[in-house]
Design a protein around this ligand. Sequence first.
Ligand code: MGD
Ligand code: MGD
Ligand code: SF4
Ligand code: MO
Length: 853
Amino acid sequence: MKLTRRTFLGSSIALTIATAFGLSGCSKKPETLQETEGTGVEVQKLAEGQWKASGCLGCTSWCAKQVYMVDGRAIKIQGHPDSKVHGANDCPRAHLAVQQVYDADRIKQPMKRTNPKKGKNEDPGFVPISWDEAMELFADKIMELRNNDETHKFGLFRGRYTNINDLFYGNLPKIIGSPNNISHSSICAEAEKFGPYYTQGYWNYRDYDVRNTKYIICWGVDPLCSNRQVSHYLNVFGELLEKGVKIATIDPKHSATAAKSHVWMPVKPGQDGALATAMAHVILTEGLWSREFVGEFKDGENHFVAGNTVDEDNFEENHTYGITKWWNLELKDRTPEWAEAICGVDAATIRKVATDFANAAPQALVFMGGGSNMQVRGGYNSMAVHALNGLVGSAEHEGGTITGRSPKLNGFTKPDDFMDEMAQKNTKMQKIDQRGYKEFPALKDGKSGGGVVTNRVADAILAEDPYLPKVMIGYFCNFNYSCTETERWNKAMEKIEFFAHCVTHYSEMGHFADLLLPSTHHMFEQMSAAAQKGNGFTHLWIAERLIEPFYDVKNPESEIPWMLAEKLEEKGFGNLMDYLKTFKDPETDKEPTNGLELELHAFKIRTQPIWDPAEYAETGNNGTKYNSWDEFIQAGIWNSDAYEFKKLWSNMPTETGKFEFYSETLKKALAGHAEKHNTDIDDILATCKYDVVGERAFIPHYEEPYMVGTESEYPFAFIDSKSRLTREGRAANCSWFQEFKDVDAGDVKWGDCIKMNPEDAAKLGLQDGELVKVTSPTGEMTTTLKTWVALRPGTVQKNFGQGHWAMGHVAAEDFEGRVARGANSNDMIPSEFERLSGSTAYYGSFRVRIEKA
Ligand SMILES: Nc1nc2c(c(=O)[nH]1)N[C@H]1C(S)=C(S)[C@@H](COP(=O)(O)OP(=O)(O)OC[C@H]3O[C@@H](n4cnc5c(=O)[nH]c(N)nc54)[C@H](O)[C@@H]3O)O[C@H]1N2
Ligand SMILES: Nc1nc2c(c(=O)[nH]1)N[C@H]1C(S)=C(S)[C@@H](COP(=O)(O)OP(=O)(O)OC[C@H]3O[C@@H](n4cnc5c(=O)[nH]c(N)nc54)[C@H](O)[C@@H]3O)O[C@H]1N2
Ligand code: SF4
Ligand SMILES: [Mo]
């Protein structure tokens, strides 16, 4: 059976896009056109409606939103004015959510695969079934695992998620008896957290006090386009420039932010470590480090002279640890002239930026994104770049880089009492992502195997090492598109006996599913909540179901587990249902009787320290205090109190309590991992593709980037960046994404391109606009060439977001024929890792060859 549009539309085929958008079929006629006073411009007045609180999971910014509701339909979105993070400000991508929820291409009811053969070129033959049948099938598969004592062969993939995800992602696999809950975190940003953790003990995103700063270095980050708090930065940037804040951007491409910066430093891809260590060298030799934070030579003289070691005993450190070791082991030789030859930024610019930055400090900050560190040897770049904040005393300082406060929330009942003997035993098995293997330390929070290695799962499945999982469920994720070397994922998912995918849309991953479980859209069709920081505050938004879904969709984090628990109970395994019954309504003490009640109770329990005075009297509440659930849910937002600067000085959660330039914390973590594998740290680092030996392993240092493909065979270093309008991997089926694709400078509407400096194009005899074949050591793609001056010669750049062959009729060139619109860089990016954090390497990691197609 062919995967046709009709199959997808099912019984809802009569719904046209027009009705979906509320343009017709609406009980009220649209209001008439009116002239806005004095302008002569006629605009359509918004129909009578109401702003309702909600939130956006379009990216990790997790912005608080309001949705304008008319007759039960969502028609417009704005920032929640009460958010102290971004106020009513918005990012353009929020509006795409309206196109997503009313998309005619959504999966409208559960679908079952009828073709047992899996493969990209196989037609899955999906046919509609009821939820009851779907859950029956799924529960049978889990019971098979239980009957064979192989519950560890169950696995759950998580992409994006809400604040109650611990119920489904955290605890459900444990109760079934599996260690395998695999999040997408390490295809996202783990290497970026590595540096801040191994210097100041903080494994999370940072916040930047830009309103009080004088100098910002945007390093491998494009805050006007991506990263977190786009809604905030897009709107505050003008104010900063007007006030005279200086901005330098370090990015091999001329990004949206570079275009608004005073200085653009087009670092060669992957060479961030050279630049960062040279800037540290300048700050020390020029005597511009923070005396208050770092300390001073006992004799008051500056002994940091290029090429000379210093006497460690002659320096009295304050809130930091290891400054002289860092100098002696690394920085003394890292002159700007040395760096210029390596990283391609001239020595004078390095000197000037380092000096201006340090002179503005402590109201000066380095804003670090993934560009500088989601690289094969990016762990130490992450440390080196973040350490600059330590050198100038801006870490935790007003106008500096801060770590943000989290809301105090309640956890759920622990699953332990609901795990039977089989579950206790099988959850102790090795996880299927190989975390903690010798070659995958994944040292989150200082622990060997403490973090996830998402993208390794494909290899592990193919190698059946540690074992082949059999029954899997995934939600809000699309690893066959979002992970590198996508073909590995296609082959791996073919091997999974039974896979259920809980998503709004068909996708490259869903193509390999046995069950498609249509999911609610997080912004409109379910209860939802998330917390994020920005502007010196943290907000937590909470949203009620705003739209009564007109497709047969369910929330994967609550309704699907409930239905599964019912089925499992019928089949004799009641532990999951017993567990879910502990989710009692904190107000009435009533047990949930269905999935929607479970959802409501879970959010109430989680946020009780925000809305229940009796609860926060005990737990504390470091922000808005509500008097009841109703009051909280109506307002839809909680804000933290303002950040307390300097509170963590000499109180960092590191081994020494200090900001570590010589990381005792990393030394301990690496030693723990080496000991587990009966070897030494040098061997571990070599296994992880690092060059370093000895003591330098514990300090931020320069490593030559590990690039796949030799320069002679593959002359161009590839630069991957996010499309400005992509909502992670899932905006391409919105016509607004396609129509405005050219907001990415140089890109084309409804299409795709790769960009190259015109000098390089001329050398190759290639013309702007012609089709080219791009070949990497592991894949190839055909796309249009655009010449673009804003790139250094020797590089090519392409944005991530197009290249969907599944998803829908807008995203794909030919949906039924599985022909992509544009190209997915991941078809070409070799699968490499930053192994110390478990991250996938997207940046500074490979080269390509370009020829006429
Ligand atoms: N080359 C390259 N690759 C990248 C990146 C890059 O910059 N370059 N970025 C990386 C990053 S930072 C990340 S975080 C990952 C993201 O990668 P993933 O976590 O795999 O997420 P998406 O690709 O966004 O796919 C999410 C799926 O969820 C479904 N969906 C959409 N909305 C909803 C909803 O409201 N509810 C549910 N249940 N499902 C929904 C859609 O069908 C979509 O297929 O990609 C990574 N991959
Ligand atoms: N528009 C948009 N914004 C998003 C998302 C989205 O999908 N779309 N996703 C969100 C998510 S999930 C995440 S994790 C964050 C990630 O946000 P970031 O970590 O900031 O990651 P990117 O935007 O992928 O990359 C940042 C910059 O790195 C540059 N870069 C590439 N190679 C190198 C290099 O070798 N060195 C240096 N210095 N720079 C390099 C790229 O050109 C790009 O401008 O963004 C979030 N914001
Ligand atoms: S897409 Fe990201 S930045 Fe934009 S509104 Fe949504 S969460 Fe905020
Ligand atoms: Mo991400």
